[in-house]
Design a protein around this ligand. Structure first.
Ligand SMILES: Nc1nc2c(ncn2[C@@H]2O[C@H](COP(=O)(O)OP(=O)(O)OP(=O)(O)O)[C@@H](O)[C@H]2O)c(=O)[nH]1
Ligand SMILES: [Mg+2]
Length: 405
């Protein structure tokens, strides 16, 4: 599957709790550091208006789900081992977890906003640790890791650029394509850090680091979950994080709340739609007074106050508002909007804004891109060329020399 989100942060900040709440999985959670060692991988969904409403049709989704004209598009979460300072030098679980993040398009940094853990994830007096430090150190670790990859065989690279005239971006792409880093990312980072590829042998260490930092920001951007917002001190820290990092997307989150509500929804005790700031108790008689009281507190002090538990909202905002991904529906027949089996609007793909019709064909299958002839817009029934930029909720038939989709 295409779109992957890496879940990162120091030990015990709540990565696995967030993942379990989002995916309704049962991976091990613990109040001691390094509960997770091997990465947990699972699937959840982001929610967006479905194209079925535009065409007023009943759909038969295959790779996704449609509920009341809202399309649930699958994304992959990768919950990795906790990150401690010096991880790039092998401390804690070392670099293993970073390698697990190679395929991530974006990272969600789970921060313990209650300030109740030291930098290594050990419990300390609530409020005594400053989460601002966590944000700074995670970025530094990430940059060190990428720098290590970029600078491997650096001398050989610089001399090949200088003496053989090989393009630097090609050599870097070779190293970095496994990290989902594209030529576009590399060229943009060089431009933004004002560095000339031809003069790479003259780049200072600081300049190379600056280049890698810029590359990280566009290729592995970080979004912040101010988690444990249900705990004392967390709200004040959330506000401080916002002040300190005005350019970041920071969302208050209570992974614990989301899991509790989803579990109760699954048992039929409440009606709750993830992302909502409310729920309905279906059978109050089945709950003890104290349980009802607890639910009332959750509603008042978390859902109403912060606009929801934050888990679903964070994922939606990360994908659509922050990364500007759009949804595009490939079909076999642009009139009936079906695949070759007659399913209406069967599949939806998440692609970056600005994706062209030909690039979109490549998202479905490399063959389809290589043999691309033209596209057909199901709304307008107009032909579209390879360079035509797609819009959100476009329904497209791809016509290729090897058949169509
Ligand atoms: N109050 C509160 N506690 C939480 C929340 N999220 C997680 N926790 C608690 O924090 C502790 C650590 O949670 P985990 O999900 O195991 O943390 P982790 O980041 O995966 O930890 P490692 O795998 O060890 O790196 C557990 O005791 C959780 O119950 C939250 O939103 N609110
Ligand atoms: Mg864990």
């Amino acid at each position: 599957m295409g779109f992957s989100v890496g879940i990162v942060g120091k030990p015990s900040c709540g990565k696995t709790s967030f993942t379990n709440a989002a995916c309704m999985t049962d991976f091990k959670v613990g109040s001691y550091p390094f509960t997770t060692i091997e990465a947990n991988v699972c699937v959840t969904h982001v929610r967006t208006a479905c194209a079925c409403a535009d065409f007023d049709v009943e759909d038969n989704p295959q790779n996704s789900i449609c509920i009341d004209r809202v399309r649930l598009v699958p994304i992959k979460l990768i919950d990795v081992a906790g990150l401690v300072p010096g991880a790039h030098e092998g401390r804690g679980m070392g670099n293993q977890f970073l390698d697990d993040l190679r395929q991530a398009n974006v990272l969600i940094h789970i921060v313990d906003a209650s300030g109740g853990l030291d930098a290594e994830g050990n419990e300390v007096t609530a409020g005594s640790h400053d989460p601002v430090d966590d944000v700074k150190f995670l970025e530094e670790e990430l940059v060190e890791w990428m720098l290590g990859i970029v600078q491997k065989d650096w001398r050989r690279i610089t001399s090949r650029v200088r003496s053989e005239g090989v393009k630097l971006e090609e050599l870097l792409l070779e190293k970095l394509s496994g990290l989902k880093i594209t030529r576009g990312h590399i060229l943009r980072a060089m431009r933004d850090s004002n560095l000339k590829a031809e003069a790479v042998d003259k780049w200072t260490d600081d300049e190379t680091r600056e280049f890698v930092k810029t590359l990280q920001k566009s290729a592995k951007p970080i979004i912040i979950a101010a988690n444990k917002i249900d705990r004392p001190n967390a709200e004040a820290n959330f506000k401080r994080l916002q002040e300190e990092f005005p350019d970041y997307l920071i969302v208050p989150v209570s992974a614990l709340t989301e899991k509790v509500l989803k579990d109760l929804e699954q048992k039929g005790v409440i009606k709750y739609i993830p992302g909502d700031d409310d729920f309905e108790v279906l059978d109050p008689g089945s709950l003890k007074e104290s349980e009802l009281d607890q639910l009332g507190k959750i509603k008042e002090h978390i859902l109403k106050k912060f606009g929801g538990s934050g888990v679903q909202n964070l994922l939606n905002r990360a994908v659509f508002d922050y990364l500007h991904m759009i949804t595009v529906y490939p079909v076999h027949d642009a009139n009936s909007l079906t695949d070759s089996d007659g399913n209406v609007l069967p599949d939806v793909y998440l692609v970056p804004q600005g994706t062209t019709a030909k690039e979109f064909a490549g998202h479905i299958h490399t063959d389809l891109m290589e043999s691309f002839i033209h596209g057909l817009d199901a709304r307008t029934k107009m032909r579209i060329s390879d360079k035509h930029e797609l819009k959100d909720r476009d329904v497209i038939k791809i016509v290729s020399a090897k058949g169509s989709k």
